[in-house]
Design a protein around this ligand. Structure first.
Ligand SMILES: [Zn+2]
Length: 430
């Protein structure tokens, strides 16, 4: 189990006198973005309010960048997010029969993520409308025992998205630093038993299929969006004007963000699925080999797979789950029930075993093989395979434990062995 602990520490910022106006001007633009988003997203009572940050970003981001004379990209995004988060709360209140109104922003408060700010232990560098400004923290002479010492200066805590405020009476700026610590209650290396979620990635239909029978993401949709983007870009390139060039880059950034975000949703689902099944490992096919399967023209899909694996690795790490890859040879041709490996077993999206007649979605069959491969590898890696440590893989119908015979021969178990008993010590030690 891994979870995060966040502590907020308020610290006065030593802002150079000649840079105070830059922070005020930045705040004005941040407010402007939040207010514009709020006006756009607030539709009560005629329509449903927009509470999705992504939807608001898609509609407003480009305009807001332009209208603010290119306020830092991440500040614009955070302003949009602030408004949609607040509206989300309003919608909850309305649903509870409480009264509320369209959020308005008129006080000084700027949200700085780690791209718009660089956080150090004793100072911060903040993006403003006029470049970066470095501000030292006003720390107590003896910070020991103070929140500053306990969190701000403590290397066990990392900075996460924080806010900058202004006290007009004192004419002082403050950072509300969000200090985050990951608490790891059980390290995966020490885990006795392993359980694997297998993942098969695809260029069409679903982006990923899991050994537990989940289908995640829509590859056709992602590819369609990509083609639309390419079309728009091609026509802009033909225009050739300077403003077309600017737009060209801007929609490029925007598509990059959109697709990264789309894959984030997919990787999030993958990790959630692994957690749901109590998995210690997630198995992907080795990317080098996937690349061979994808034609050269499909650079974008290679990028997407790489991104998905990277994102899954990052998210899995926070959940204490290890991501590994296996060689993908025969994963699509082999029957996950009887082990019969024939090219003819697969016909497009359908897998039909010519030996045992097992018939199932081809990607799901492949995902089960991927899971099994890693479970076998892990079992082999155990110092004593008969020592009572179980290497399992998660299936829709339950978990499967790899057996000692399998480890030796690499022959899959038979269909009857697919067990719903979560702790059946099948095979191991027999
Ligand atoms: Zn079969």
């Amino acid at each position: 189990m891994v979870w995060e602990v966040t502590r907020t520490v308020r610290v006065r910022l030593d802002v150079p006198d000649d840079r105070k106006s830059d922070l005020h001007a930045t705040n004005k633009k941040f407010q402007y973005c939040a207010n514009r988003t709020s006006e756009w997203a607030w539709r009560y009572p005629d329509e449903a309010c927009v509470t999705s940050k992504n939807e608001a970003e898609a509609a407003l981001y480009d305009d807001l960048r332009e209208e603010t004379d290119y306020l830092h990209a991440n500040l614009v995004q955070k302003a949009i997010k602030r408004a949609t988060d607040d509206i989300d709360n309003c919608v909850d209140r309305l649903a509870d029969g409480e009264s509320t109104s369209q959020p308005e922003y008129d006080t000084f408060s700027i949200v700085y993520d780690k791209r718009a700010a660089t956080y150090y232990r004793e100072k911060v560098s903040l993006a403003t409308v006029n470049g970066r400004v470095e501000c030292d923290y006003d720390l107590p002479d003896n910070p020991e025992g103070t929140p500053h010492g306990q969190y701000l200066l403590n290397d066990d805590y990392d900075f996460s998205t924080s806010t900058v405020h202004y006290d007009s009476e004192a004419d002082e700026f403050y950072l509300h630093a969000a200090m985050e610590q990951e608490v790891d209650a059980s390290s995966p290396e020490k885990a006795q038993d392993s359980r694997v979620l297998g993942v098969d990635c695809n260029v069409d239909d679903h982006i990923a299929a899991t050994s537990t029978g989940e289908f995640i993401g829509n590859a056709d949709y992602l590819n369609h969006q990509r083609r639309e983007f390419e079309k728009r870009r091609a026509s802009l390139q033909q225009t050739g004007t300077r403003s077309a060039h600017v737009t060209y880059q801007r929609i490029g950034d925007r598509f990059g963000r959109w697709s990264t975000d789309y894959l984030h949703q997919c990787s999030k689902q993958l990790v959630a699925e692994a957690k749901r099944h109590g998995c210690t490992h997630i198995a992907f096919e080795n990317l080098e080999r996937i690349r061979e399967r994808i034609s050269d023209g499909k650079k974008f899909q290679q990028w997407a797979f790489r991104k998905l694996q990277e994102q899954t690795e990052n998210k899995a790490e926070l959940a204490g789950i290890v991501v590994e890859t296996v060689e993908p040879s025969y994963t699509s041709q082999q029957c996950s029930k009887c082990g019969c490996t024939l090219e003819e077993n697969r016909e497009g999206q359908q897998f039909g075993c010519l030996d045992c007649s097992y018939s199932v979605n081809a990607d799901y069959n492949a995902a089960k093989n991927v899971a099994r491969k890693l479970a076998l590898q892990l079992q082999r890696g155990q110092k004593s395979p008969a020592g009572g440590v179980f290497c399992q893989y998660a299936l829709k119908s339950g978990v499967m434990t790899v057996s000692a015979t399998e480890v030796a021969s690499d022959t899959p178990v038979s269909a009857e062995r697919e067990s719903t008993d979560k702790h059946t010590p099948l095979g191991v030690g027999h």
